[in-house]
Write a protein that binds this ligand. Structure first.
Ligand code: ARG
Length: 588
């Protein structure tokens, strides 16, 4: 089972081959000119160039080779040699019937033996998670869901930053506030208290204060760096305190991610790799890969062919502390040994591209990653406010996730009222629907942009029930569910698909694209392809439903064929939305 486009591509490739030409010229694409055909093959032009022949002549020969195939209406040539293809309705009907009978909607199952590790989410402990990390969570989760559907072995890892200088800043700040706590007394040898010396909200309040102070005062910053190094080197009091910071923070983060329905297999933070970093650095020194430069230990990764300078990876600072890159290199070694990862994806802000370039080079050069392992930085752009600058709350701070979800839920309620959706439902169900609508708005608005572009965060716009929004898709899916339910109540059941006419053709052609869409989303790590397709499908279904009054149709064969078509549309929307991490209410 494959998509219509790839079935056509196979046929055309064979025809090129039969004419002594490279089969790669047989690629069939959707038509740019729907008045001329549904699909087109433009390969004759390139093939002519390669073979130094006339393109129209080649096109004619290809058409001749395909004469015996009755899938399409007579093929025509446009311009210098474009071949236009319009399917016979009978063939289109058969293809869509086959698709509807396939439990995976025509999407082939991939090899389970291939293991993909996805590194995403990855906020920093003790700092509030903001809309930037939200992007990583939403895009990473969509990829995780896609690859699971595809059948790969998927391992998600939330690589939280729990070992950086913010820890030293917090230690310093707490020491200023409560110098008598035992954690700061280097000679203290009793067990440390089990209860944390502060609450989560203290911690959240403390971090911005500490960070501001350190930025303004070199001495405080130096102290913070020193405390971080001592922590990394195992100072017991600092470790005990750090554990409290991490526990408090992780609990809050887990709560945040679960509000978004984002689940990780692992939460190995940077600190998890401490021992590994030590032995790794030792080995890299012995092997001569790591060298001393300005008292720091670095790993050069520049290559002769570089157009811009790629600085070495810093492994150990002059005062002994490990760095971000050190832990990423150790992490790759761990993921190879533990998971035997074939692919590792990093869903991280695109501004970190140099960091990943350096790390990837380092692990290739040192053989820490196998040659055949794919390492990819799946970067993404910034979420901006209406002023075009990185998004902040009205009060000017970073928006906390819980508050954000609360805000979109409220907005969803307003919109539901305006659109008279879910009115009169019991409170609990109503609230649940509002949460789903709000999350759909949030996730879809993020995913529908190509991940590398920046976008403007505009709750007003993306919570609407019309236009290219999550709520519009939910509304359409729920609408089909309701049609299916009403049909069942009337005793109408889905039946064989009839050959399409003008009303059904467009919808069928679209439905036939699904496998290709899934494939190109995988290829480019680009969930926006799924968003575009889901939106086109929803619009096309709503057009179809305006013209075809399914529930009132008097011809039973037509009615049950329409129902099958609607059901297929619903199954595709359900699949697409589930990959995007968007839940559909039963009714609304
Ligand atoms: N914690 C980092 C940040 O907030 C992102 C970590 C991404 N993952 C990685 N393996 N480096 O910027």
């Amino acid at each position: 089972m494959s998509s219509i486009k790839s079935a056509l591509t196979n046929l055309f490739s064979k025809a090129f081959e039969d004419n002594g030409l490279d089969p790669k010229f047989g690629v069939v694409v959707e038509s740019q000119r729907s008045d001329l055909g549904q699909f087109q093959c433009n390969g004759a032009l390139a093939a002519a160039k390669a073979a130094k022949k006339n393109p129209r002549e080649i096109a004619q020969n290809i058409i001749k080779s395909l004469e015996h195939i009755d899938y399409f209406q007579p093929l025509t040539i446009a311009g210098p040699g474009f071949i236009n293809i319009t399917l016979r309705d009978s063939f289109l009907g058969e293809q869509i019937t086959e698709l509807s009978q396939n439990s995976r909607l025509g999407c082939p199952l991939k090899e389970k033996s291939k293991t993909i590790v996805i590194d995403f989410g990855s906020p920093n402990v003790a700092k509030p998670m903001h809309v930037g990390h939200l992007r990583s969570a939403i895009i990473g989760d969509a990829l995780q869901r896609l690859f699971k559907f595809q059948g790969y072995t998927v391992i998600s890892d939330n690589h939280v930053g729990d070992w950086g200088t913010q820890m030293g800043m917090l230690i310093g700040e707490l020491q200023t506030r409560e110098p008598m706590l035992p954690y700061f007394d280097a000679s203290f040898s009793d067990p440390y208290p089990e209860k944390p010396p502060l609450s989560l909200s203290d911690l959240e309040e403390m971090y911005p204060v500490a960070s501001k102070k350190c930025k303004a005062d070199d001495k405080l910053m130096a102290d913070a760096i020193k405390a971080t190094d001592e922590l990394q080197n195992g100072r017991a009091g600092y470790l005990a305190l750090w554990k409290h910071f991490v526990d408090l923070s992780l609990e809050a983060l887990k709560n945040d991610f679960s509000k978004l329905d984002v689940v990780f297999d692992h939460w190995y933070g940077e600190s998890f790799y401490t021992d590994r970093m030590k032995s790794l650095v030792k080995r890299l020194k012995e092997e001569g890969h790591a060298i001393v430069s300005d008292q720091a230990l670095v790993l050069p990764v520049a290559q002769e062919s570089d157009e811009k300078e790629i600085p070495p990876v810093m492994l150990v600072k002059s005062n002994g502390g490990f760095l971000y890159g050190t832990s990423d290199i150790a992490t790759i070694e761990f993921r190879r040994e533990t998971f035997n990862a074939d692919t590792i994806l990093y869903v991280v802000d695109k501004r970190q591209s140099l960091h990943f370039e350096q790390v990837f080079r380092a692990v290739r050069k040192t053989g820490i990653a196998k040659k055949e392992t794919h390492l990819t930085h799946v970067g993404f752009g910034t979420v901006n406010g209406p002023d075009g600058k990185p998004f902040k709350t009205r009060a000017g701070g970073v928006m906390k996730l819980a508050a954000l979800i609360e805000e979109v839920t409220q907005k969803a309620k307003e919109r539901m009222q305006e659109a008279e959706i879910a009115q009169g439902m019991a409170e609990e169900e109503y609230n649940n629907i509002a949460i789903m609508v709000g999350k759909a708005a949030l996730k879809f608005a993020d995913l529908m942009n190509h991940r590398l572009s920046d976008y403007i965060f505009d709750i007003e716009k993306f919570s609407r029930f019309e236009g290219k929004t999550g709520p519009y898709l939910l509304y359409t899916a729920v609408r089909i569910k309701s049609i299916m339910r009403k049909a069942t109540e009337k005793g109408v059941t889905p039946g064989p698909l009839l050959e399409p006419g003008d009303k059904e053709r467009g919808l069928m052609l679209l439905l036939g694209n699904l496998p290709d869409i899934i494939e190109s989303t995988e290829e480019h790590f680009a969930p926006n392809f799924i968003c575009d397709f889901a939106y086109a499908l929803a619009q096309e279904f709503n057009r179809f439903y305006r013209e075809c009054h399914i529930l009132n149709e008097s011809d039973a064969a037509i009615q049950s064929s329409w129902l099958t078509l609607s059901n297929l549309c619903l199954r595709q929307l359900e699949l697409l939305l589930s990959i995007l991490g968007i839940e559909i209410p039963e009714r609304m």
